[in-house]
Design a protein around this ligand. Structure first.
Ligand code: NAP
Length: 481
C-alpha cells in the first residue's frame, strides 16, 4: 500500500483517544474486493469495548458541550483541513477496501468533508426561540441542547461520507460519538479518526469500535448512556436495531434501503436522461441506496431510449479501481454478486430480455458486467427489491397515472427521478411521488446543503442541511414566571 502518510493506515480501534486492540486480542481480516488480496486486520471487538467507548464518550461530553459553538467549529474546521490535505491517501485507502474507482473515491472524500465544513458553520447557528406569552407575567423560551452520547453504525458503500454525515452535526452541537463502521471498510473510518486525533479533537469525543456487529449493536442500542442512535444500512437490520432502541427510548435516525424509480416521459430530453441514468445507476457499480432501481420509459420513446442507453453502457471501463480510467469496480462481496445474479436470472426466467451484459465479467471474481434488461414487469424480483448492482431494468408504461402507481408500489421511499420538459407535468409528478427526494431532470442529487432521507420504510430523520442538526438536539422549554 503506497500512502504518502502511512500513519493513516491504522489497524487498531480508537477509544478514548487511544489506539487499542480487542480485549481478547482477536482480529478480523479485511480483503481488497478487486483481487481478494489481504489488506490488513482490525480488532474483533464486542460489547465490552463498545461499553468502554460509550463511557469514554459520556465523560468527554461533559467538557465538550461546555465549549463555545465557535470552539467546536474551530476543531471541525481543523479536522476538515487535514482531510483536504490527505485526500489522496484517503481515496486510495477507500478504493483498496471498497473497490470503487479512484475518481469516485476522491469525490466521496470531498463529499464527506463537505459535511464537516457545513456543520462547522451550522454549529454557530443552533438558535432557540422566544415565544410570545399568553400570560402577562410569563416569559416563554426554547433552548436547544446537545442530546448526549450518540452511537452510530454505518455501511460499506460510502465508508467516509456515511460517518461524517452523522458525526459532524453531532460534534457541532456538543454531542460525542461512538461509531461502528462496516466490517469490509474499517480503514477509511480509522484514517478519519487518525486525522481527528491530529486535529486535537479531545479524547473520547470521537471513537471507532470495529468488530462483531450484533454484540456492538446490542450495547449501542441498550446502553442507557447512549441517548441517540443513528444507523445507515439495510432496512432489515434497521428495523431490528430500532426495536432494540425501544428498551431505553432513544432518539433514532435511520437511513435505510431504497428502490428508486427513474421515469423517462415521452417529452424528455433523452440524451439528458441517459446521462442522468448513467450517473444514478452506475455510480459505485450500482451500490448506492439512491441508485435508479426501476427504470420506467414511456412507450413512444422506449426503443430510442434503450438504444442510447446501450451505446453509453458499452463504453463503461471495468477493472481495478486504482486505474484512473476505470469507471466500474467489483461488487463488495460474494453475497452481493449472488443477489445480482439471482435478480437477472429471475427477470429472464419471467420474460425479460438481456440486451447488454447479463453475466459475470472476467475482470475478477466479484465483477458483474453492466447489464440492460428490457420487457420488465412488476412481478419480477427487481421490481420489489433493491438490486444494489450494475443492472438497468427497463419497464414500459403508457400513462402518467400508471407510472405514478408503479413508482409508488413499494415500501421504500428514498430517492426518485423523472425526466420531462412539461412544467405542468413536472409539478404533478413531483408532488405525487411518495419519496423523500425527487430528482427532476437530474441524476445526481446528494449535497451537504439539502436534506437527505426517506419516506416509508426508507427511514426516519434527515441528514445534511440545516435540518440535519435537529436530530442531535433536545428541545427544552423554559417557562419563566
Ligand atoms: P447492513 O447489512 O444493514 O449493514 C450495515 C451496517 O450494519 C454494517 O456496519 C453492519 O456491520 C451492521 N450490522 C449488520 N447486522 C447488524 C446487527 N445485527 N446489529 C448491528 N449492526 C449490524 O447493510 P449493507 O448491506 O452493508 O448496506 C447496504 C444497505 O444500506 C442498502 O440497503 C442500502 O440501501 C443502505 N444504505 C442506505 C443509505 C441511506 O442513506 N438511506 C446509505 C447507504 C446505504 P458488518 O459490516 O460488520 O456486518
Amino acid at each position: 500500500m503506497t500512502l504518502q502518510n502511512p500513519l493513516l493506515f491504522k489497524q487498531h480501534c480508537y477509544i478514548d483517544g487511544k489506539w487499542v486492540n480487542a480485549l481478547n486480542q482477536k482480529t478480523h481480516l479485511v480483503n481488497n474486493p478487486y483481487d481478494q488480496s489481504e489488506l490488513g486486520h482490525v480488532p474483533m471487538c464486542g460489547a465490552a469495548e463498545a461499553k468502554q467507548a460509550i463511557e469514554a464518550a459520556f465523560n468527554a461530553q461533559k467538557s465538550w458541550k461546555m465549549l463555545t459553538a465557535l470552539q467546536r467549529s474551530t476543531y471541525l474546521r481543523c479536522w476538515a483541513d487535514l482531510i483536504d490535505k490527505h485526500k489522496e491517501d484517503l481515496a486510495i485507502l477507500m478504493t483498496l477496501e471498497q473497490g470503487k474507482p479512484i475518481t469516485e473515491a476522491r469525490s466521496e472524500i470531498e463529499y464527506a468533508n463537505s459535511f464537516i465544513k457545513w456543520f462547522a458553520e451550522e454549529a454557530r447557528r443552533v438558535y432557540g426561540d422566544v415565544i410570545p406569552s399568553n400570560k402577562p407575567k410569563q416569559h416563554l423560551l426554547v433552548l436547544k441542547q446537545p442530546i448526549g452520547v450518540v452511537a452510530a453504525i454505518t455501511p460499506w458503500n460510502f465508508p467516509a461520507a456515511m460517518i461524517t454525515r452523522k458525526c459532524a452535526p453531532a460534534l457541532a452541537v456538543g454531542c460525542t460519538i461512538v461509531i461502528k463502521p462496516a466490517e469490509e471498510t474499517p480503514f477509511s473510518a480509522l484514517a478519519l479518526a487518525a486525522l481527528a486525533e491530529q486535529a486535537g479533537i479531545p479524547a473520547g469525543v470521537f471513537n471507532i469500535v470495529t468488530g462483531n456487529p450484533s454484540d456492538i449493536g446490542a450495547e449501542f442500542t441498550h446502553n442507557p448512556l447512549v441517548r441517540k442512535f443513528s444507523f445507515t444500512g439495510s432496512t432489515q437490520v434497521g428495523k431490528l436495531l430500532m426495536q432494540q432502541c425501544a428498551s431505553t427510548v432513544k432518539k433514532v435516525s435511520l437511513e435505510l434501503g431504497g428502490n428508486a424509480p427513474f421515469i423517462v416521459f415521452d417529452d424528455a430530453d433523452l440524451d439528458l436522461a441517459v446521462t442522468g441514468l448513467m450517473a444514478s445507476k452506475f455510480r459505485n457499480t450500482g451500490q448506492t441506496c439512491i441508485c435508479a432501481n426501476r427504470i420506467f420509459v414511456q412507450e413512444a420513446v422506449y426503443d430510442a431510449f434503450t438504444q442510447k442507453l446501450v451505446s453509453a453502457v458499452k463504453k463503461l471501463r471495468i477493472g481495478n479501481g486504482l486505474d484512473e480510467s476505470v469507471q466500474q469496480g467489483p461488487l463488495i462481496n460474494e453475497a452481493a454478486l449472488e443477489k445480482v445474479t439471482n435478480h437477472v436470472a429471475d427477470a429472464i426466467a419471467n420474460g425479460a430480455a438481456s440486451v447488454f451484459g447479463g453475466k459475470r465479467h472476467e475482470a475478477g471474481k466479484l465483477f458483474f458486467t453492466p447489464t440492460i434488461l428490457t420487457d420488465m414487469n412488476m412481478s419480477m424480483l427487481i421490481a420489489r427489491e433493491e438490486t444494489f448492482g450494475p443492472i438497468a431494468p427497463l419497464f414500459r408504461f403508457k400513462t402518467e397515472e400508471e407510472v405514478i402507481a408503479m413508482s409508488n408500489e413499494t415500501n421504500a421511499g428514498l430517492a426518485s427521478y423523472f425526466y420531462s420538459q412539461d412544467i405542468h407535468r413536472i409539478w404533478r409528478i413531483a408532488e405525487a411521488l411518495q419519496y423523500g427526494m425527487v430528482g427532476v431532470n437530474e441524476g445526481i442529487i446528494s449535497t451537504e446543503v439539502a436534506p437527505f432521507g426517506g419516506y416509508k420504510e426508507s427511514g426516519i430523520g434527515r441528514e445534511g442541511s440545516r435540518y440535519g442538526i435537529e436530530d442531535y438536539v433536545e428541545i427544552k422549554y423554559l417557562c419563566m414566571g
